[in-house]
Design a protein around this ligand. Structure first.
Ligand code: UDP
Length: 139
């Protein structure tokens, strides 16, 4: 059975461009409840660990550089079928391929600087949420 939580980050491009409020508004208007949230900045070690699965990919260095260049908004979201519904809401990795109205279509600038992260499985949602939040920070 699908879980009811997912993990997201509003990436440095979205925060820099002043899209934090608009993106959070779209997320909550789409039925997600924020159960944990903070403004934080990842260290190089954090980003390398978070994206470890991509360490052999050619874009890994650029991705770590990007994700550490400024603050992000990290959050845990709750909704029935959260992982899948949130992936639908954010759209394809490449904003050029993302459906109209999705967060990436509206706010991303490139396949790398694509505004928002969404967990791709219930298992990863748990791992990623725990990476950023202590139990007492999750409501
Ligand atoms: N990424 C990139 N170049 C690529 C593919 C991905 O810079 O060709 C970055 C992008 O920021 C993406 C992240 O790496 O969101 C993780 O990639 P993944 O394929 O897991 O995409 P996602 O699950 O975020 O849609």
């Amino acid at each position: 059975m699908a879980g009811n939580k997912t993990f997201t980050m509003l990436k440095p491009d979205a925060v820099e461009n002043g899209y934090t409020g608009a993106i959070l508004e779209q997320i909550t208007a789409s039925g997600f409840r924020i159960v944990a949230m903070k403004l934080t900045q990842m260290t190089k070690a954090d980003a390398e660990k978070f994206y470890d699965i991509h360490k052999e990919r050619p874009f890994f260095g650029e991705l770590v550089e990007f994700m550490t260049r400024g603050p992000i908004v990290a959050a845990i979201l709750e909704k029935e079928n959260a992982v899948e519904d949130f992936r639908t809401l954010i759209g394809a990795t490449n904003p050029e391929e993302a459906a109209e109205g999705t967060i990436r279509k509206k706010y991303a600038t490139s396949i790398g600087e694509n505004a928002v992260h969404g967990s791709d499985s219930d298992e990863n949602a748990g791992i990623e949420g725990s990476f950023h939040f202590a139990g007492r920070e999750i409501f």
